[in-house]
Design a binder for this molecule. Structure first.
Ligand code: NAG
Ligand code: NAG
Length: 310
């Protein structure tokens, strides 16, 4: 028996040695074989692409809400109020006490957003800017046309009823009221003390080159500085970042970095309008971006009525 065992061990040993020898026989180096080259090249290409990608996006410090995220309850980001509000009369129950920004997908459904997008498409197809950015203001009737604006209600008269229905206006009013509600709830306001103000409008942006300053939507700005009456600004997105268009993200430009919100159809993004929320919109690279800007004031003197068919 001991002999047999030894034999087995010996044969195993031999096999081991044999295998070792085989693996030690000279082989083409890993780096000289084609797969080696390919691997190194692939890693190199990935590195360059990754570096470019990062540098393209290096201006963005943080994405507050991604397009593919769904936030049913407002996602709230508090920021310290600027002194802008000190320059205006304060209205209890409305003037911002706490400032910040919030995003919610739970106020307007995707379906409603698409109905509003079609409404925007129909309205804007009546004219539109020569440059990449057109607006349609249902309240005043202002519609971009070439390098100027026309009043759709005067210009198209009764014909406008073929473009917009009473249902469209009802949906628009309902959505406006819900947005007002969520802003009031989030900022702890009395919704009856906040008023819709102008400009409140639909926007359509694509990658065409700007023709006039009206087309230059990408400049950083502060709503309360641009329009003194603004206290809260909201944006209702009607199309999807990365699917319907590229670029066009909303960017809060904070002292310590840029924070984006990626548009999603039905998403409402809202914020206090002062310098604490300096922002810009990235240039749209491809596709078409639709949104509605809905603005609120605390000063009843600047209130505007909901739009209605003439
Ligand atoms: C924020 O964006 C602006 C303009 O897009 C850019 O000049 C600035 O460097 C960015 N800030 C940071 C911290 O990346
Ligand atoms: C942008 O939209 C306008 C109006 O529909 C159109 O004439 C123009 O060709 C579009 N530009 C691009 C780059 O798609």
């Amino acid at each position: 028996m001991p002999i047999q065992r030894r034999t087995i061990l010996k044969s195993t040993d031999r096999k081991g040695i044999h295998l070792q020898l085989q693996s030690a026989t000279p082989q083409p180096s890993f780096w000289k074989r084609p797969p080696g080259y390919l691997l190194v090249t692939a890693i190199g290409v990935c590195g360059v692409v990754g570096w470019l990608y990062f540098n393209f996006d290096s201006e963005i410090t943080e994405t507050l809400v991604r397009q593919d995220e769904v936030v049913q309850q407002p996602k709230i980001f508090t920021v310290q109020c600027s002194e802008d509000y000190d320059n205006y009369k304060r209205y209890p129950g409305c003037t911002p006490q706490t400032c910040g920004r919030a995003v919610t997908d739970g106020v307007v459904t995707h379906e409603e957003a698409l109905v509003l997008q079609r409404l925007a498409e129909r309205g804007l197809s009546l004219a539109g800017s020569d440059g990449g950015a057109s607006i349609l203001d249902l309240h005043s009737g202002a519609l971009s046309m070439g390098k100027q604006f026309v009043n759709i209600y005067r210009y198209f008269g009764e014909q406008i009823k073929d473009v917009f229905s009473e249902d469209d206006f009802q949906l628009y009013r309902a959505v406006r009221a819900r947005i007002q509600g969520v802003i009031a709830e989030t900022f702890g306001l009395d919704p009856s003390r906040m008023y819709l103000t102008k400009p409140t409008f639909f926007s359509r942006i694509n990658g065409s080159v700007a023709r006039t300053t009206h087309d230059e939507y990408w400049h950083p700005h502060i709503d309360k500085v641009t329009y003194g009456s603004f206290d809260y600004t909201s944006l209702l997105y009607l199309s999807d970042y990365g699917r319907d268009f590229g670029g066009g993200r909303f960017v809060f430009m904070d002292a310590d970095g840029n924070r984006t919100v990626e548009p999603r159809a039905g998403r409402v993004s809202f914020f206090s309008s002062g310098s604490e929320n300096l922002h810009r919109v990235e240039k749209v690279g491809w596709g078409t971006r639709f949104a509605i800007t809905v603005s609120f004031t605390c000063d009843q003197a600047h209130a505007i009525a909901d739009p209605s068919l003439p």
